[in-house]
Ligand binder design. Structure first.
Ligand code: NAP
Length: 266
């Protein structure tokens, strides 16, 4: 008799699953037998990913196009999921974007939209699905933050702050869920191959020249494994781990200077 897969009978909702890290995270869950609900704005891309995952892994994959940056976007998505008769056991809050440059002269809608997507929608979806997870004593939340979460980010201020919020919120929830059977993990990738850099406009910074980005598949596998083990925080890559651990011990003024330098044009 075939061994039961870890995720059989459970469903993972992955936001931002039309490309990049989200696709690879969805693949990790699908491979382990989870049904998946894939969310992003690009419907055609989502459908392609859903078809591929369903075929390759013999799971149910449902694509739902939605814009999570609009107020109430999380509730609209949850309503659509419920209308399809689906439940969510694991929530992967991955959708997000960044925007490089000085705060002065930046586009206000872009800055506020970043908070709406990276933080508000993440909280909204977590708030919707959290009670059921606690009630079932299983499943959980995998939040995608960034190494940006560990310090303020001059020349990318709102993105860094939005990810600091994700890290702080995730760690607090991890503690609240301790001993309940519900897992909470915060994945903090450093530079990763995806469409992120293009949208964020970070391609010309000193940081972007500081080393090769990690593959999104590798980042996703690290996040997935951490979630299964209920690891509170996972930082990808040895250099990033060292920098994240070092940040709290550096004088704040020095740290701000270092990040300002890294975020400056090369
Ligand atoms: N790549 C990096 O270097 C890096 C490093 C650290 C952290 N991260 C984080 O990793 C996460 C995934 O990013 P990525 O690198 O995979 O970037 P990506 O390739 O740009 O993917 C972002 C995903 O989010 C979706 N998305 C964007 N705006 C959305 C909206 N308003 N509503 C719903 N979905 C939306 C995108 O799909 P649509 O455009 O179709 O909506 C896409 O599926 C983000 O939270 C990012 O901050 C990335």
């Amino acid at each position: 008799m075939a061994r039961k897969k870890k995720g059989e009978g459970q469903t993972a909702l992955v936001t931002g699953a039309s490309m990049g890290i989200g696709v690879d995270l969805a693949e990790c869950f699908a491979k382990d037998g989870y049904d998946v609900i894939l969310e992003a704005r690009s419907e055609a891309r989502l459908r392609d990913v859903a078809e591929r995952l369903a075929k390759q892994h013999g799971i149910r994959a449902t694509a739902i196009a939605a814009d999570l940056a609009v107020p109430g976007g999380g509730q609209t998505l949850a309503d659509e999921i419920a209308a399809k008769g689906l439940a969510v056991d694991v929530l992967v809050n991955n959708a997000g974007y960044g925007s490089a440059g000085a705060f002065a002269g930046s586009d206000r809608a872009v800055q506020l939209g970043m908070i709406d997507l990276n933080d508000r929608a993440l909280v909204e979806l977590t708030h919707i699905y959290w009670p059921r997870m606690l009630g079932m004593k299983r499943g959980g939340v995998l939040n995608v933050a960034s190494t940006a979460a560990f310090q303020p980010g001059p020349l990318m201020a709102i993105y860094y702050a939005s990810k600091a919020f994700v890290l702080s919120f995730s760690e607090a929830l991890w503690k609240e869920a301790e001993s309940t059977g519900v897992h909470v993990s915060c994945l903090c990738p450093g530079p990763t191959t995806s469409n992120f850099r293009e949208r964020a406009g970070t391609g010309r910074t000193r940081l972007s020249r500081a080393g090769a980005p990690m593959s999104s598949a590798r980042v996703a596998r690290m996040g997935y494994r951490a979630f299964q083990r209920n690891r509170r925080v996972v930082v990808t890559g040895a250099r990033n781990v060292v920098l994240a651990k070092l940040a709290p011990f550096l004088p704040r003024r020095t740290l701000l200077g270092v990040v300002h330098n890294l975020q400056s044009p090369a």
